[in-house]
Design a protein around this ligand. Structure first.
Ligand SMILES: NC(=O)c1ccc[n+]([C@@H]2O[C@H](COP(=O)([O-])OP(=O)(O)OC[C@H]3O[C@@H](n4cnc5c(N)ncnc54)[C@H](O)[C@@H]3O)[C@@H](O)[C@H]2O)c1
Length: 434
């Protein structure tokens, strides 16, 4: 099959290269000429494990190419995916669909013959109807179907998630479009991946319902962690104790500094707005959003209190800036509000992240960026671990203690053992554990 992927970001690039790896012929399009230049010169503009090798393999096999020219990609395509951003609209929290609609209208202007247009971007219920209407307006005689096919990959494990997903969701009533979607995902059929065929609106809502549920799970365990701190219980053991119940499941039950990233914050807000407009408010999700906002504030307070009630004039070392390990994505990372509150309290921040520092520099211009963990820690009055990169899990703690001006460790990801750290002479603060 011939595939055009419009938008070559975290989702578009990974989806495009994985479809090419399935054997399809894929052209990825992006408006950003810098991204396309990097890709055409053999580089990869984002950090995602395994992606560079997979891009190189499929480019050299002649199945994958990159362009800024939408016409080259769309004209002969059987399926055109829209994988552009849908950030929160400034001011009201609704999803900003301007990139999706612009892409749809551009596709409409150049498509040729029957084309399946697939929204892979996360879009509110009813967006497919509007995409269809806009395309129809540009091409009253056009032969096309608009399909919803939300993406569930996680940054940091994106290739594995795309190639071995828990399920694929396809929203369309058109049998012709279903047939094309089946062909595209044929290798997954062979693996017996469940494919949920549904109508377009249901498919659009599945994506938001999934993200809202996961954000709720995280927020639930974060509040349990607060309760654990008050009553002398251990949240990790609570997670294990409830997660072993098959009805609950152990995933997304790690207490921490609050969810962030490019999806949960904007998607929870957008689904709350959709629900309010529809007259069926999602009170649980509204509470989740409020609790998660407050969480980041509380994490900064945790650091301040571990530093004796003030961070004025103190130097704080921060390990981890990305919203989670194995990505360079800084969108809505909890590190941003935590660091900003510490800066506002008069602290100087030294930080290190294995991949996210170049992204972080424009968002956090007033901190010192270090070359490695130990350089970051040297001379600091406290160490805060915000992202659980593997390399932070096995630090030489004797060296860390020697390098710190004061042995204060605030572990917002619970990666060290409280008793062991206390035994080594650290003032050790974690999340929800005695
Ligand atoms: N990042 C994730 O982990 C993830 C996971 C699942 C779903 N999603 C959803 O997928 C969508 C894309 O997310 P992302 O993180 O890949 O975004 P991104 O910002 O990394 O990439 C979007 C890309 O689209 C390009 N673009 C915008 N308009 C264009 C146009 N008209 N023509 C060509 N290119 C255009 C931009 O230049 C950018 O490179 C969002 O709706 C998001 O919610 C993201």
């Amino acid at each position: 099959m011939r595939v055009a992927m419009i938008g070559t970001g975290y989702v578009g690039l990974v989806s495009g290269v994985c479809f090419a790896d399935f054997g399809h012929s894929v052209i990825c399009v992006d408006k950003d000429p810098k991204k396309i230049d990097v890709l055409n010169n053999g580089g990869v503009p984002i950090y995602e494990p395994g992606l560079a090798d997979l891009v190189a393999k499929n480019v050299s096999a002649g199945r994958l190419s990159f362009t800024t020219e939408i016409e080259d990609a769309v004209k002969n395509a059987d399926a055109v995916f829209i994988a552009v951003g849908t950030p929160s609209r400034r001011g009201d929290g609704h999803a900003d669909l301007s990139y999706v609609y612009a892409a749809a209208e551009e596709i409409a202007g150049v498509m040729d013959g029957y084309t399946v247009i697939v929204t892979k971007s996360t879009v509110p219920v009813g967006t497919g109807d509007e995409v269809q209407a806009r395309i129809r307006k540009v091409r009253p005689d056009g032969k096309f179907d608009v399909v919803s096919n939300p993406e569930f990959l996680r940054e940091g494990a994106a290739i594995e998630d795309f190639k071995r997903p828990d399920r694929v969701v396809v929203g369309t009533d058109s049998e012709r479009a279903q047939e094309i979607m089946r062909s595209l995902y044929r290798p997954l059929f062979i693996n017996e991946t469940p494919i949920v065929f549904t109508n377009r609106r249901t498919s659009e809502l599945i994506k938001y319902a999934g993200n809202a549920f996961l954000a709720t799970k995280i927020t639930f365990i974060n509040e349990m962690a607060d309760l654990c701190e008050k009553v002398g219980a251990n949240v990790q053991e609570v997670s294990k104790g409830i997660g072993l119940d098959g009805r609950i499941g152990g995933k997304f039950l790690h207490a921490g500094p609050g969810y962030g990233g490019s999806c949960f914050p904007k998607d929870t807000l957008a689904v709350v707005k959709t629900a309010q407009d529809a007259g069926a408010p999602l009170q649980i999700v509204e509470a989740v959003i409020a609790a998660n906002e407050e969480r980041k504030n509380k994490m900064a307070d945790k650091v301040i209190s571990a530093c004796g009630g003030t961070v004025k004039g103190k130097t704080i070392a921060v390990l981890g800036l990305a919203f989670k390990p194995n990505t360079d994505d800084m969108r809505d990372s909890p590190s941003l509000p935590v660091i900003n509150k510490l800066l506002a309290g008069g602290a100087a921040i030294r930080a290190y992240d294995p991949e996210a520092m170049s992204e972080a520099k424009s968002l956090l211009p007033n901190i010192t960026y270090c070359d490695n963990s130990y350089d970051c820690i040297e001379g600091a009055d406290a160490l805060v671990i915000i992202t659980e990169w593997d390399q932070f899990r096995a630090l030489d703690m004797d060296r860390v203690k020697d390098l710190l001006a004061a042995p204060v460790l605030i572990d917002l990801r619970n990666i060290y053992h409280p008793q062991r750290m206390k035994g080594r002479g650290f003032t050790y603060i974690s999340v929800g554990r005695p």
